[in-house]
Every structure is written in C-alpha cells, then in structure tokens.
Design a protein around this ligand. Structure first.
Ligand code: SAJ
Length: 438
C-alpha cells in the first residue's frame, strides 16, 4: 500500500480528516483556515472551556472572528473536543502547542511531549503529523518522533509521515495571515516533506519545502533571533545615546532615510511576547549542549532584559529633575500589553517596569484598554478606569506600550511629566521640557 499516494489523494479531494492539537493563537486560526479550505477539522485541546466555546461558535482569539467559527461549526466543518481518542480516525494532525521557558530559562518541552504522548496511542499507517511549535533544531527527530513510533513501530516515510512547519502567526496583524504567509515545511524524509506540503498546499497560498525538519526548525529560530538581536542592538544604541546626550530616536529616523542596507528597529522598555524573547534562547540552549556559546544571543538577551530597569531609571531621573523623589510619587504606566493594540501580556516589559517602580516605593497605577487586570505571584493590580483623571493626578506618566487608541495630544496637555519609552509622542515629544524620551 502506498500510503503517501493515498494521503495526497485525500488532500486533493478534501476528504482527509484533519486535527489540530492545541487550539490557541496558532491552532484556532490554523483550524479555521483548513476548515474554510473544505477539510473537516477537529480541534483537540485539554481545556474544556475553549472547546465548548468553539462548539458554541465563539472565538477566544482576537484574530479569529466569532462569526467565522460559528459558520464553520454550523456547517459541520469544525468542532472541538478534549477527547484524544478522536485522533484514531484522523489522517492529518498539526501540533500547535506552547514552547515557553522554564523558570530556569531552559526550554519547556512539556507541552510537545504531552501532545505527542496523547497522540501516540492513535497514530496509524496513512497518517501525517506536523509540529508547528517553535523549538530548537532536532526536537521533531529526537524528541517527538520516538514518542510516536516507540509503540506503533510505524515506518517513517512509508506509513507515518512526520514534518516540522514553523508557525508564523503575528497576533493583531491583518496584512499577513495564516493563509497568505509563506509556510516553510521540512520532513523527516523526502516523502514526508511531499505529503505535508501536499496537505498544507490545499489551504495555504504558499508552501516552501525544505530538506529536513532541522532546516525548518532552524529557519524559524533565525527569523526570530535576527529580530531579537537587532532589537538588542538598538536598545544598546539607546544606552549609548543616553551617555552621549544624543536623542536616539532622531538618530534612528535619520539612519532610516537610507533606502538600502538598513532596517529600522526601535528601542523600548524591554522585549515581550511569546516568540522574540524566547525562541533565541531555545537555540542558545541547544548550542550549549553542543559546547558552543551563542554569544550574540546571550549579549542581546542581557541588554534586552536590562531595559525595564533603564526605563525606571529614566522615570527616577525625570522626577529628580523636577525636584521629586520617585519614592512616594504617583506614577501612571500607560500600556501593559507586550506590543501595541493587542491584549497579550506574556513576557511584557510593563510587568517588570511596574514591579521595579513598586520596589522603589512609587505609588504605581496603570492603564491598558485591552488588559483590565494584571495578576502576578506576589501582586496584582487593575487598570484605572478614568484615564484622564489618572493622567492629571500622576507626578509622572510613563508610556510603556504605545497603543494607537490613546489620544497622545490630550495626554501631553494634561500630564505634568511624561517618560516616553516608545516615541509614542513622536515630534510632539522632541525637545519638549515636559517629555523625557528613552
Ligand atoms: N520590539 C522592540 N523594538 C522593535 C520591535 C519590537 O522593542 O523594533 C519589542 C515589542 O515591543 C515587543 C517585542 O519586541 O515587546 C516583540 O515584538 P514583535 O514586533 O517582534 O512582535 P511579536 O513578538 O508578536 O513577534 C511576531 C513574530 N511572529 C512570529 O514569530 C510568527 C515575529 O517573527 C514577527 O517578526 C513579529 O511578530 C512582527 O513582525 O510583528
């Protein structure tokens, strides 16, 4: 039996039964795109509430409209379940689970292991499994594959087809989506790549086959490490300009007029999100196990993690210049999400800024239109509701996340003092006695 041919046929006539394991900010968009392409898709997730919401036609992911979920559920093209046994009747599985860091800073692969162990009893000849979670080169081959084959003894590339395809979901972005963003796919064998590419090609606009899972895993880490290192450099530029007494934003804007050979990045109060600060550390961790020190990654990470403290120092110095001590001053933090116009708090530098301000004795409040409450191990805080009252009451307003929804002209008018860590005020903040820029 040529299982690859059988599967490719099922992809072409859309009779292949698809499952998505992990229905979060990657899995739910993936499930809806493949369901819209005509496949019958089953979301498999251990969180019952999420699956119930899918089955009620609701969405819990900003980028996925509820009406899209409802329409697909109504048509019987999408459903959710916490029951892994459904995987026995599935032809194609995408695994879209988190790959965070442990407290120690090491990769936390527990979600991949748990998904693979959940799937293992149900793998069968004529199945393709694609891992989407960002991880270090070698994870698919060294960690996931043995779990899938140790009991099934399925032959990879003949009966079971395994590949890696890095997710490229950018929360909040509307121009590049799951459907139209080119998708890299690397298989354990050539046949695996061919089968996985045939599947994805039925729903995604552009598929980019590569020769192995390691190439696909490494490509993703290059993408995000490139970004992290460049942000780290521009953050160091901010530290240099501070010592030189030069406005880093003016320097960057000037450099950015170069129409070639330059790419603009912006300094900030730190690096947030579930990709950029984390993916590079998966790479450096793997390389350490091979006795290699990824110096650029380690240095950039050190600089990026120092930025919240630098931002707080700017607040302290700004208050000092107005004959006020940070201790006892009212400081309003504007923006908590890790980047503008989204509701995601993961690894957000705002959390560090708030904590450091509290540690220095400031009376800290925050506002974020997308994040009503922040709960940490040892503290929690709710967003102020009356923004302008809070701006007026603050001894210093620190802009940490430059949401578009803010009326910066009015904030500038009403505030006594602003530390703008994002150049949110633009020209309004340039050489303005009331404004300190990062
Ligand atoms: N940041 C800076 N300076 C910059 C750019 C970003 O300080 O010049 C900060 C942001 O404020 C944020 C963090 O870095 O705290 C990450 O920002 P991001 O713009 O990289 O956004 P992410 O984390 O959502 O990254 C995603 C990634 N997408 C995927 O991994 C699929 C990344 O590859 C994209 O390049 C990025 O979106 C994007 O371009 O928006």
């Amino acid at each position: 039996m040529d299982y690859s041919k059988q599967l490719i046929e099922k992809f072409h006539n859309k009779t292949a039964r698809v499952a998505v394991m992990g229905m979060g900010y990657v899995g739910l968009p993936f499930a809806t795109v493949f369901a819209e392409a005509g496949f019958t898709v089953t979301g498999v997730d251990p969180v019952k509430d999420k699956m119930d919401r899918v089955n009620r036609g609701e969405s819990y992911i900003m980028d996925v409209p509820a009406e899209k979920v409802a329409g697909l559920v109504k048509k019987g093209k999408l459903k959710g379940t916490t029951d892994y046994s459904v995987l026995a009747n599935i032809d194609a599985v995408a695994i879209c689970v988190p790959t965070p860091l442990r407290q120690t800073g090491d990769p936390d692969l527990s979600f991949i292991v748990s998904a693979a162990e959940g799937l293992a009893p149900y793998v069968h000849a004529g199945m393709v499994v694609v891992l989407e979670s960002s991880t270090y080169p070698g994870t698919t081959r060294e960690l996931m594959l043995p779990i899938l084959t140790e009991k099934s003894h399925l032959k990879v590339g003949e009966e079971l087809f395994v590949a890696f395809s890095p997710e490229r979901v950018d929360p909040g972005r509307t121009d590049w989506t799951t459907k139209n963003t080119p998708k890299v796919i690397g298989g354990m064998t050539e046949k695996c790549t061919e089968v996985a590419a045939a599947w994805y090609g039925q729903a995604l606009d552009t598929v980019v086959p590569v020769s192995s899972t390691e190439v696909a895993e490494m490509a993703k880490l290059l993408e995000n490490t490139f970004r992290m290192i460049n942000i780290g450099f521009v953050n160091e530029l901010a530290l240099m300009c501070d010592r030189l007494g030069v406005d880093v934003w003016e320097v960057i804007d000037a450099a950015a007029t170069k129409p070639f050979g330059f790419m603009k990045f912006q300094p900030g109060p730190g690096l947030g999100g579930h990709c950029i600060p984390i993916d590079p550390l998966y790479l450096s961790w793997k390389l350490r196990s091979l006795n290699y020190t990824a110096r650029f990654i380690e240095l950039a990470s050190e600089i990026n993690t120092s930025m919240p403290r630098f931002a707080v120092t700017r607040v302290q110095d700004a208050l000092n210049d107005h004959e006020k001590a940070l201790k006892g001053s009212n400081v309003l933090v504007l923006g908590a999400a890790y980047k503008p116009d989204i509701d995601d708090l993961r690894e957000s530098p705002s959390i560090d800024v708030i904590r450091l301000l509290q540690q220095k004795g400031a009376k800290v409040s925050y506002h974020d239109p997308y994040i009503p409450h922040i709960k940490q191990d040892s503290w929690e805080i709710s967003s102020v509701t009356d923004l302008m009252a809070a701006v007026k009451a603050a001894d210093c307003v620190v802009i940490v996340t430059n949401h578009k929804v803010y009326d910066y002209v009015t904030i500038l008018k009403e505030a006594k003092l602003i530390v703008d860590t994002r150049n949110a005020l633009g020209k309004l903040g340039f050489k303005n006695p009331k404004v300190v820029r990062l």
